[in-house]
Design a protein around this ligand. Structure first.
Ligand code: CDT
Length: 301
């Protein structure tokens, strides 16, 4: 058995006015709870340090650079890294990244148990739109504020296994999991912020949206024989509701833990990475069963 005790650290809402320091305090409280429950890896949401700012429109997008981190760890996040090292806990969280040469990405990092950053992923599937859209009940301006990630879907050898990262909308695309699956991924870490209301289809209820969340994550796990940990930022952010429903899914595609609230909540599960072997050597033994000569359309258009 190769056990990773993973904590899905769902976060409740972060308001526009909340400081990074206040948010980091909440993240440390979640980390302490995860430690008490035996976790050796903690997974936080997408854009964990701030409100989901892509719902707000500004003409001059540079005005929004205050939502971005120019370095990691930053002064505000240093206490989180220190506590992770003290607890000997690996971690994954998302933040808005502004690079020294002026590029803006929706980013996630993975640290080892000493708090050293060992992996970085930049969100590839950016949903939403660039300009203000009068037809929507709320804005989703990720295409305005971020560039598509430039690092691909990599995996990292950490915690005795093969770990991958993705962010929010990526979880709805089978290619996300498959590219990591082809690299033998055993656990995929995904943070998300998903509105409870479909801005283009107001009659769609939150139950349908939670169904699509589960469907995407469970299918990705099963079809690639991997654990998937999907973690929400949830609740009402300045009048904009996000759903919770954080999940830990096993390599059979079955849910082993699911959040019950729309608030700060920790789920811990002992994941045996060896449980990925059966699927990877039988029905989803890619080398034996894939028929790539018929898959060309996927990358040609
Ligand atoms: N953050 C993020 O990617 N959210 C999207 C909402 C899509 S609606 C424009 C998601 O796929 O959950």
């Amino acid at each position: 058995m190769r056990i990773v005790n993973v904590a899905a650290a769902q976060m409740g809402p972060i308001q526009k006015a909340d400081s990074r320091e206040a948010v980091v305090k909440r993240m440390i409280a979640l980390m302490d709870e995860a430690k008490a429950k035996g976790a050796d890896l903690i997974v936080y949401p997408e854009l964990a340090l701030t409100t989901f700012f892509p719902r707000w429109y500004v003409e001059d997008r540079a005005e929004f650079d205050n939502w971005f981190e120019r370095e990691m760890p930053s002064a505000a996040t240093k206490p989180l890294f220190e506590r992770a090292a003290q607890h000997q806990m690996a971690m994954n969280f998302g933040y808005a990244e502004l690079t020294p040469d002026g590029h803006h990405f929706n980013t996630a990092i993975l640290t080892d148990k000493s708090g050293r950053i060992v992996g970085k992923y930049r969100k590839i599937h950016l949903p939403g739109h660039v300009e203000y859209d009068t037809k929507r009940s709320h804005q989703h301006l990720e295409k305005r504020y971020f560039e598509p990630g430039d690092l691909g879907f990599k995996v990292w050898r950490e915690l005795g296994g093969i770990i991958g990262m993705a962010i929010c909308n990526d979880r709805r695309w089978p290619e996300t999991y498959r590219v990591m699956g082809l690299q033998g991924v055993e656990m995929v870490l995904i943070g998300y912020n998903t509105p409870s209301v479909n801005a283009e289809k107001s009659e769609e209820g939150v139950e349908k949206r939670l169904f699509h969340n589960r469907l995407s994550v469970q299918a990705g796990a099963y079809q690639n024989a991997t654990w998937v940990v999907a973690v929400a930022k949830a609740g009402n952010e300045d009048g904009h509701p996000l759903f919770g429903g954080s999940l830990i899914v096993d390599p059979n595609g079955e849910i082993v833990a699911e959040a019950k609230t729309d608030d700060d909540e920790v789920l811990v599960h002992a994941c045996d990475l060896d449980a990925t072997t059966f699927g990877k050597t039988t029905i989803f033994d890619f080398a034996r069963h894939r028929r790539i000569e018929h898959y060309g359309l996927i990358t040609s258009q």
